[in-house]
Ligand binder design. Structure first.
Ligand SMILES: [Zn+2]
Length: 134
């Protein structure tokens, strides 16, 4: 049995309030997607996106899972026709993250290269994720 719809709505209102979705993305997601949460008293995580029903299902009230599944819903239709460009950005981000891990300067400070990589990740994400405000 899932949580009451009004409680699920309140949880997603919280997600949209706490995280930087643009008004357009928030409006589209609320209008286009059905939300369901099994247990709002836990934050263990997990969930899925069901395109056939345009539904985001979460096992618990975990923010990370909500953001992840909302991203599936957002990109499900928007990636169509631009799959190659989309995957190129994802591959580049993965490479940057892998290269960036462990770059530390003297005293444990992030090395200059680390700063450059972080700036590049932010720039790439701004291109890849227009649903978020930067
Ligand atoms: Zn996923």
């Amino acid at each position: 049995m899932s949580a009451a719809p009004e409680c699920v709505r309140a949880f997603f209102e919280e997600v949209f309030r706490w995280f930087p979705y643009t008004p357009e993305a928030e409006e589209w997601l609320k209008r286009s997607v059905t939300f369901e949460v099994e247990d709002l008293n836990s934050t263990r995580g997990g969930g899925w996106w069901q395109p056939a029903e345009d539904k985001v299902f979460l096992y618990t009230a975990q923010y990370e899972a909500a953001i992840h599944e909302l991203a599936h819903a957002w990109w499900h239709y928007r990636r169509l026709g631009v799959e190659d460009e989309f995957m190129a950005v994802v591959q580049r981000l993965l490479l940057i993250v892998r290269l960036g891990v462990g770059f530390r300067g003297p005293g444990g400070k992030p090395a200059r290269l680390g700063h450059v990589l972080v700036r590049q990740i932010v720039a790439d994400l701004a291109v890849a994720c227009p649903a978020l405000r930067w």
